[in-house]
Design a protein around this ligand. Structure first.
Ligand code: 1CP
Length: 373
């Protein structure tokens, strides 16, 4: 399908935003910056808005979602918004019983452990995500309208980044029944029942793929696939048990063509995982525009592994948010200098903003990145 000229790419000029230009390989005048988990518990205004609603109820409330998504954009002056949602939202839309437990994360009432569980889950038509996606579509629409208004104040277009969980990471939660340290139950299923694992992850690819496509069609200008826990796989196991389903999820967005008059060749796609240093060459073999780098590897080494055909994103250690300002400034300079070797670089943290972060430190960090040359 082809997006119309009403899409923010054209209607709100997000195709010319610093972030989208960098994602597609150009070098804007300043290095674009946004933060994973920029919306959330580090902001007092977020905690105030979230009072009294569960995380997943909040994700289905378009007024709340759009306001929460805009909060860090207004406060910190970042170059993009990331849609406020969670990787388990499409599973909830598909009818799977999941809750987000405060201080823990997603918990499933019926973990997917054996063949019968896999059959039960994969019997659900992935189309359900699209059919029940009304609140998500409405939330994206409101958010992009609010971003357009904010762009006028700021004097520069502001894109919305949509996202989804990658099939491996979603399977890791589903199979374990909740957060886990080493994803042993998931790795066990890969070896015990490879055919069942493939069926599960292919189904998850269609669930995530539809969730990504829905956000882009509703007005998001880029999408990021979070394979947060892929780092628990060896490169060989990643290629066998995770990469094919991630490719299938991304293919859902590749079917969407940018507006005819936009001059864009593709909708930018990004990827992020934690502890994926040894997987970067394989990840870069996916049809991606941007590869996210966590803080466990030096950016120059990461660049060697991903090559020159993609934009890199990262990779300040979130612990640096608690360091003296001059120490943080030196590290920012080092990372920006390393990023100069890439075709383009988008500044980010190596993982999400810790809840105890002082928000003023994030605002200062944005200025630091924008002032760096
Ligand atoms: O009550 C609360 O405030 C719940 C905390 C919370 C929040 C604010 C959760 C539960 N999810 C979110 C929002 C969220 N989740 C965003 C918002 C947008 C932004 O970045 O500003 C995003 C992008 C996610 C994606 C997400 N959820 C990922 C991938 C990114 C990453 O951090 O690696 C993962 C792994 C999750 C699962 C999840 N959801 C929530 C928690 C605490 C967790 C992690 C659990 C674990 O450690 O396994």
């Amino acid at each position: 399908m082809q997006l119309s000229d009403q899409h923010p790419f054209v209607a709100h000029a997000t195709k010319d935003s610093h972030l989208i230009r960098a994602f597609l390989g150009h070098r804007p005048a300043t290095t674009p910056v946004w933060f994973m988990r920029q919306a959330g518990r580090s902001l007092p205004e977020y905690r105030a808005l979230r009072e009294g609603s569960s995380m997943l109820d909040a994700c289905l409330d378009p007024a709340l979602v759009s306001e929460i998504t805009l909060q860090p954009v207004r406060r910190h002056g970042v170059d993009a918004a990331i849609f406020f949602s969670d990787i388990v939202v499409p599973l909830m839309l598909a009818g799977i019983d999941v809750r987000i437990v405060a201080g823990r994360g997603p918990v499933f009432s019926q973990p997917v452990r054996a063949g019968a569980d896999i059959a039960r889950v994969t019997a659900i038509d992935p189309q359900t995500v699209t059919e029940r996606g009304g609140p998500i579509i409405e939330a994206v629409r409101r958010t992009t309208e609010m971003l357009a208004a904010e762009s006028v104040t700021r004097g520069t277009p502001l894109p919305l980044i949509g996202f989804a969980g990658a099939p491996f990471t979603l399977a890791a939660y589903l199979v374990e029944g909740g957060p886990s340290k080493d994803h042993l139950a998931a790795r066990r299923l890969i070896h015990e029942d490879p055919a069942g694992w493939d069926a599960l992850t292919q189904w998850l690819a269609d669930i995530s793929g539809r969730f990504l496509a829905l956000q882009i069609e509703a007005g998001a200008s880029a999408a990021q696939l979070f394979d947060s826990w892929a780092g628990s796989l060896s490169p060989c196991l990643y290629r066998q048990a995770a990469l094919p389903a991630s490719a299938r999820a991304l293919a859902h967005v590749r079917q969407i063509e940018p507006p005819a008059d936009s001059g864009m060749l593709r909708v930018p796609l990004s990827h992020f995982g934690v502890g994926t240093g040894d997987l970067l060459a394989d990840i870069a073999s996916l049809d991606l525009d941007v590869v996210g780098i966590d803080h466990r590897i030096d950016l120059d080494e990461a660049l060697e592994r991903v090559g020159r055909e993609v934009t890199v994103q990262g990779n300040l250690d979130p612990a640096m948010l608690f360091a003296p300002a001059e120490v943080r400034a030196a590290e920012v300079s080092r990372i920006i200098a390393a990023g100069k070797v890439a075709r383009a670089h988008v500044f980010n943290l190596g993982h999400g903003v810790p809840p105890e972060t002082d928000p003023d430190v994030l605002t200062d960090l944005v200025t630091m990145v924008h002032d760096a040359r």
